[in-house]
Design a protein around this ligand. Structure first.
Ligand code: HEC
Ligand code: HEC
Length: 295
């Protein structure tokens, strides 16, 4: 078994030199690494193919992961479809273990340990979950159904998506930036976001800073001088309301100074029905979002 402990070289070096000087400290350190090593050195799933373990893993998955990755791991509003054979951050057992154990930095994928998810999962439980994920993995990679090239034309052309959405640094700001959406959301979620935007609202940009995620709710405001504005809520607390109006102007209001305001759990995005956007064009758009997300 090849050791995959990233600290291995450091350990070995320190064993040669520093340890002589800092013997006590080094001993303490290395013994804690030795405990870790058993985990990291494990490159293969010890339970591979075990149906009973997969059942335990399914239970763990429901408890800790389905909230973001959806029931059956088919993807949800906050995490990608994990049944795809081709994973973005690595398909091997060791890579999946690492992604789950430590989270994926720079993304919303939390570590399953150190309080990242719930009470934290043991290594054994992580392997159980991986066994489960393998059992629901789709054998053949899904056919790329849409034409990403055409989707790109539609996005900034006829379908008008770019008037509200930023993608790779270009486009409007009223809706969320879609650069990562193709990679982090399921196909079904994307389809539904376009056909029926109010069904599930995207999480707002302040999500990570708040205890309760702010969603992209719509808001209509009448100011003290009678000006009417509509747009999306960026942030709201007991006394203030921060919004972006449909002309992308940012406003911060004290609520008690407004003549009226009303927030609605409704998307400001128009629902695109089959007449406005055919199923084929929608597939092309999603293929485009996925191709951008995969970069
Ligand atoms: C708070 C939401 C959230 C939770 C909870 C969560 N994940 Fe994730 N996970 C994500 C997101 C978002 C990504 C995509 C990261 C990216 O590429 O942008 C991801 C990515 C992954 C990946 C990598 C997929 C790939 O294509 O490489 C794996 C594997 C994974 N999650 C497994 C799990 C497991 C197992 C659990 C439960 C122990 C879990 N996740 C819990 C949000 C979550
Ligand atoms: C008038 C502005 C507007 C237009 C035009 C528009 N959107 Fe949106 N979109 C929004 C807003 C606002 C949200 C956030 C509320 C919600 O989730 O529906 C959103 C949300 C989304 C989401 C969900 C994002 C997430 O992170 O959950 C997707 C996907 C999306 N739009 C795709 C599209 C595509 C594709 C088009 C073109 C066919 C499009 N939008 C056109 C305003 C718009």
């Amino acid at each position: 078994m090849r050791p995959s402990n990233p600290f291995e070289p450091i350990l070995r070096n320190s064993g040669m030199t520093a340890c002589r000087l800092l013997c006590l400290g080094c001993l303490a350190l290395s013994s804690s690494f030795v405990a870790n090593r058993a985990v990291f050195a494990q490159e293969k799933n010890p339970y591979a193919g075990d149906a009973k373990i997969a059942k335990l893993g399914e239970y763990q998955f429901r408890l800790n992961c389905a909230f973001c990755h959806g029931l059956g791991a088919r993807g949800g509003g906050r995490g990608p479809d994990l049944t795809r054979a081709q994973k973005r951050h690595g398909n091997s057992d060791a890579e999946m273990f690492h992604n789950i154990h430590d989270g994926i930095p720079g993304t919303a994928m939390p570590a399953a340990t150190n309080g990242g998810i719930g009470v934290g999962m043991s290594d054994e439980e992580i392997w159980q979950v991986i066994t489960y994920l393998r059992s629901v993995q789709v054998k053949a990679p899904a056919q790329p159904v849409g034409n990403a090239e055409h989707g790109k034309e539609l996005f900034s052309g006829a379908a008008g998506c770019s008037s509200c959405h930023m993608l790779q640094g270009k486009g409007g700001r009223l809706g969320p930036d879609l650069s990562a959406v193709g990679a982090s959301r399921s196909m079904e979620y994307l389809l539904e976001s376009v056909r029926n935007p109010s069904q599930r609202l995207a999480q707002g940009i302040f999500e990570s800073m708040k205890e309760f995620p702010q969603e992209y709710e719509s808001v209509s405001v009448v100011t003290a001088d009678g000006t009417k504005l509509s747009g999306v809520v960026l942030n709201e607390d007991q006394f203030t309301l921060q919004m972006l109006d449909t002309r992308e102007q940012l406003h911060l209001f004290e609520k008690d100074k407004l003549r009226s305001f009303e927030t609605r759990r409704e998307s400001l995005m128009p629902a695109y029905d089959q007449k406005t956007l055919s199923d084929k064009d929608l597939q092309d758009l999603i293929a485009y979002l996925q191709s951008v997300g995969a970069q």
